[in-house]
Design a protein around this ligand. Sequence first.
Ligand code: FES
Ligand code: FES
Length: 159
Amino acid sequence: MPGVHRISLEVNGVAHELQVGSTETLAELLRQRLSLTGTKIGCDGGTCGACAVLVDGVLRNSCLTLAALVDGAKITTIEGLADGEKLHPLQQSFVENGAIQCGFCTPGMVLSAVALLAESPAASESEIREAISGNICRCTGYVKIIKAIKQVAQAQEKP
Ligand code: FES
Ligand code: FES
């Protein structure tokens, strides 16, 4: 059928085979087809970072990523970070530092931080600021978010 692509992908460790439309985005696929609504759609245009996910470990705005182009990829969404009831250290730190208010930016923010600390485990404050520069938060003023990420980076710095 024209305009339909068959893809296989792994999302949070679970394999899926799906038929996707030519214009269907990864954000739509995750939210509407797989019910992974932790990934948020804010601007739907690549400027707010609410839809950020990891595609083969690389941070991507899923609203700008065509589902047909992630054939064979491994995707990590916010739902894939916790280990059962145990939150990922960054999620835990966001909670403990009060870095979440309405929560709309939080999944993308946390995934940006995950991508940063995978590259640079003991990231500096300026690296943290740079890493979340594509994530817009309308509530917190960023201070507590930066503190939350910094706390995890500093913990990783210790031998
Ligand atoms: S919803 Fe994707 S960047 Fe804003
Ligand atoms: S906590 Fe509301 S947008 Fe960031």
